[in-house]
Design a protein around this ligand. Structure first.
Ligand code: TF8
Length: 337
């Protein structure tokens, strides 16, 4: 009696080795999804996270419940990434720059002055090389779904308006915990200090650091204008955000569940990019109203800064490899036409 049964079971297992553990491809189960992010609820990041949760609920008849956790309440980007890898948290959105320690290829997006328009960034990030870099996460236990926009970064500080390269001298500047950012601002002559974003407001408030760099949207939503006097429009780099999922958890989802999350992440991306651009367009006037002193940098001085940053660009090449770097450059050039 036992033998044939065993034979049947063995045969069944050979035909579909995962049948015993995986859910049906079209099944949607009741699941709770913790989605963490670092900015406030009232930010471009928070608004898009909310929309993502609503879209997932809609598409799954409420079976997939996304619970959003803003203001780094589940931890800094780094801490959340570890939680995703370990399977203790399902999803997050954060800077690609904070992933460089996990997947070195992500450093390619930190290349100073890589993109000159947001649309150019969209084309490259949503194109084949953007996907290729994202797929590198999988071997590290993360699944990248889509890129959202953090935006072009600009500088704030309390020491002086930055009008030329020499003005960086002695400014204690918080940078993202990432070697390219650290190098770039050291080369500028600043005293660059790596710090997680979740500690930034307090560091500025207590004057542990003099300045920081982030898109207008974040300077506004994180209320940096309360603790920063000068804002210099540098647009020195375009920062993407990336929506990531715990691979350990993702692999246990059905095809339908994965599709629902992917489609909602794309909808939230399209909404988020538009929302971010609209907000950025009016943010400067608002920041001026809040009392910030704003200056632009003379193009000749920007050129000097670019030249000064050249060794940091070489470091990106060394980190990600010449081939990937060239491919990104080529796609950026194509998208600029
Ligand atoms: C930074 C980043 C952050 C984002 C956010 C927490 O300065 O630009 O604003 O990573 O997701 O650390």
């Amino acid at each position: 009696m036992k033998r044939p049964l065993l034979a049947i079971l063995t045969a069944a297992m050979l035909c579909s080795p995962l049948a015993a553990v995986s859910v049906h491809a079209d099944e949607v189960r009741s699941r709770m999804i913790r989605f963490g992010y670092g900015l406030n609820e009232n930010s471009n990041q928070g608004r898009a996270a909310k929309l993502f949760a609503e879209e997932v609920a809609k598409a799954s008849d409420g079976k997939l419940k996304v619970r959003t956790f803003g203001a780094a309440s589940l931890g800094s980007d780094d801490q959340m990434q570890s939680a995703l890898i370990g399977g203790a948290q399902e999803m997050m959105v954060g800077s690609t720059a904070t992933l460089v320690g996990i997947t070195k290829e992500m450093a390619v997006w930190d290349t100073p002055f890589l993109f000159s328009s947001a649309e150019q960034a969209d084309a490259v990030l949503d194109g084949p090389v953007g996907r290729q870099v994202m797929d590198k996460l999988e071997e590290k236990g993360l699944v990248g779904l889509v890129y959202w926009e953090n935006g072009f970064r600009n500088l704030t500080n309390n020491t002086r308006p930055i009008t030329r390269l020499e003005d960086f001298s002695g400014v204690k500047l918080r940078v993202m915990p990432n070697p390219v950012f650290l190098d770039t601002f050291k080369l500028m002559g600043a005293n660059a200090v790596p710090l997680p974003f979740s500690e930034l407001f307090t560091a500025l408030e207590t004057k542990a650091v003099d300045g920081q760099e982030n898109p207008f949207n974040t300077i506004l939503s994180s209320k940096f204008y309360e603790v920063q006097k000068y804002l210099t429009v540098t647009n020195h780099v375009y920062s993407p955000w990336i929506v990531t999922v715990s691979k350990r958890w993702w692999d246990g989802l059905s095809q339908t569940e994965q599709n629902i999350l992917m489609e909602a992440a794309k909808k939230a991306r399209d909404f988020e990019r538009q929302d971010t651009r609209e907000e950025a367009a009016r943010a400067l006037a608002e920041l001026k109203d809040k009392g910030m002193q704003i200056n632009e940098v003379d193009p000749a001085e920007v050129q000097r800064m670019r030249e000064q940053a050249a060794p940091a660009i070489q470091k990106v090449v060394d980190t990600v490899g010449q081939q990937l770097f060239d491919q990104v450059q080529a796609e950026a050039e194509k998208a600029a036409l």
